[in-house]
Design a protein around this ligand. Structure first.
Ligand SMILES: [Zn+2]
Length: 181
């Protein structure tokens, strides 16, 4: 085995340890048929780069920030931010209170900005309510932000492949994308 092939073998070994990523299905975050997507690749549809989905139904602090990935998944919770409905803080690097589902090969799926309550915390569930819809961190109003990242870089394919755009339904009974995990 030459040096180049050894490097490939080592990379394959690391990828193996990290797990193999595969496609998942993500439903809308809020169980209200009026819930809509307000930002996709750009903030407010035409602002600066965002590369994620923002979903809201015009309410704050309602127990309706739902686990989006179809099927039973482990949601790791990162909290510590005081609840609010207007945002504009740097808590947790701007993420506010948030959840992460970890996949293989550097992929993860995050749901940001919730107002926590006593039932918020790391858990395994299928579509359960994770917390109150809120505006913790770098946020300008109560909503659920969802992104699919690989090694920390947000990707757009998971929602563009579904055809989710600004104004699309964010109802928990509808599919909004196919994240890689
Ligand atoms: Zn967002």
């Amino acid at each position: 085995m030459n040096v180049k092939n050894m490097m490939y073998a080592a990379a394959a070994l690391v990828a193996g340890f990290a797990g193999v990523a595969s496609a998942a299905t993500a439903n809308g975050a809020i169980c209200d048929t009026a819930a809509r997507v307000g930002s996709t690749t750009y903030y407010s549809c035409s602002g600066s780069s965002h590369t994620a989905l923002d979903m809201s139904n015009g309410t704050c602090s309602e127990w309706n920030h739902r686990a989006m990935i179809a099927g039973s998944r482990y949601y790791a919770y990162y909290g510590g931010c005081a609840a609010n409905c207007s945002g504009g803080t740097t808590c947790n690097g701007g993420a506010g209170n948030y959840y992460v589902v970890t996949g293989g090969s550097g992929w993860d799926f995050r749901q940001l900005h919730l107002n926590a309550n006593t039932s918020s915390g790391s858990k395994t569930c299928d579509g359960c309510a994770l917390g109150l819809v809120g505006s913790t961190g770098n946020s300008t109003g109560a909503h659920v932000h969802a992104d699919n990242r690989q090694y920390g870089t947000r990707k757009s394919a998971w929602y563009t492949s579904k055809g989710t755009t600004c104004g699309s339904s964010a109802y928990c009974g509808n599919v909004v994308g196919y994240p890689t995990l």
